[in-house]
Design a protein around this ligand. Structure first.
Ligand SMILES: C[S@@+](CC[C@H](N)C(=O)[O-])C[C@H]1O[C@@H](n2cnc3c(N)ncnc32)[C@H](O)[C@@H]1O
Length: 297
């Protein structure tokens, strides 16, 4: 909220409603007349937030959509030139806690992992149809899993795989469990499948320029990431758009004509304090990056 510094009458977009916590805070701080456009790919999040924020009904517009379509949706609802946009990436606590959505290896559920249950192939579709090389590639790229080939071979050997705990057990069988290790052996594979199923990195790359375009001068884009692959995309985008010239370092004169569009609020972003990490362990890997749109553009 400090980064977005909402003001009465302001117009805001929360592109990742989740449980509606940030949306509620934005509405409260921009009252009595601030407006909020909220998106979530997951229809269950829209239902939840519709109920939670019923008191703000006249000030909110909620749309079930992937944020990769942000520009079109904002335009359709008259949300151009906004004061602030928030992206709080990844899955919500609801996804992790509800076994039937298949995101958690700690509870048994169908191997699904789709944020929007009506779209595209599920995690079970991927593990049961891809070949070993394609699977290993997903685990390595999106989970930074060094033992990707071994896990991929074990997956192929045990197909069909339909439940979360079945997959977790296969991974433990393939790579073992190191005593005292902080991460469960299935953590990286589950992260990788989730990112692939929802094309999370593709959606992030698509939304950043649209978000910047929708901001009015001095408007703020705030992005909370939860792992290094997401953070790298946001960091590079912010660094790139906060520089005037992007010519190769040895060029004698500037030929690119690139102009800075934003100013980063803190170059390294903001991470949770040790106290916050204890109070909310799921914040452990979060990093907030925020940037203000320059008024000359
Ligand atoms: C970390 S949660 C957000 C929590 C929220 N800020 C709150 O206060 O409760 C992320 C949410 O974003 C949604 N989401 C993730 N990627 C999305 C995308 N590409 N398009 C739309 N929604 C997305 C997920 O379904 C999930 O509900």
């Amino acid at each position: 909220m400090a980064a977005l510094s909402p003001v009465p009458g302001g117009r805001y977009i929360d592109a990742t409603l989740g449980g509606g916590g940030h949306a509620q805070a934005l509405l409260a701080a921009s009252g009595p007349d601030g407006l909020l456009l909220g998106l979530d790919a997951d229809p269950r999040a829209i239902d939840r937030v519709t109920k939670r924020l019923a008191a703000f009904e006249s000030r909110i517009t909620l749309v079930q959509s992937n944020f990769r379509h942000l520009a079109r949706i904002a335009q359709e609802h008259g949300f151009e030139q906004v004061d602030g946009i928030l992206l709080d990436l990844g899955v919500s606590s609801f996804h992790l806690d509800e076994a039937e959505q298949g995101f958690s290896f700690r509870q048994d559920g169908p191997l699904d992992m789709r944020m929007n249950p009506d779209s595209g192939p599920s995690a079970a579709d991927l593990v049961n149809t891809l070949d070993a090389e394609e699977l290993a590639d997903i685990l390595y790229r999106y989970g930074e899993e060094r033992r990707s080939r071994r896990i991929a071979r074990a997956i192929i050997a045990h197909r069909p795989i339909n439940s979360t705990t079945q997959l977790a057990d296969i991974i433990v069988g393939a790579i073992g469990r190191k005593p005292g290790a902080r991460l469960h052996p299935a953590t990286r594979t589950f992260q990788a499948l989730r990112i692939a199923v929802n094309d999370e990195l593709g959606a992030l790359e698509a939304v950043l320029p649209q978000a910047l375009q929708l901001l009015k001068p001095n408007g703020v884009l705030a992005v909370i990431t939860f792992h290094s692959l997401e953070d790298r995309i946001v960091k590079h985008y912010f660094h790139h758009e906060s520089r005037d010239c992007i010519c190769p370092p040895r060029s004698p004169v500037c030929t690119c004509g690139h102009r800075a569009q934003i100013k980063e609020l803190r170059r390294k972003g903001i991470i949770p304090s040790p106290t916050e990490m204890i109070q909310n362990p799921r914040s452990r890997s979060a990093r907030l990056r925020a940037a203000r749109k320059l008024s000359t553009h």
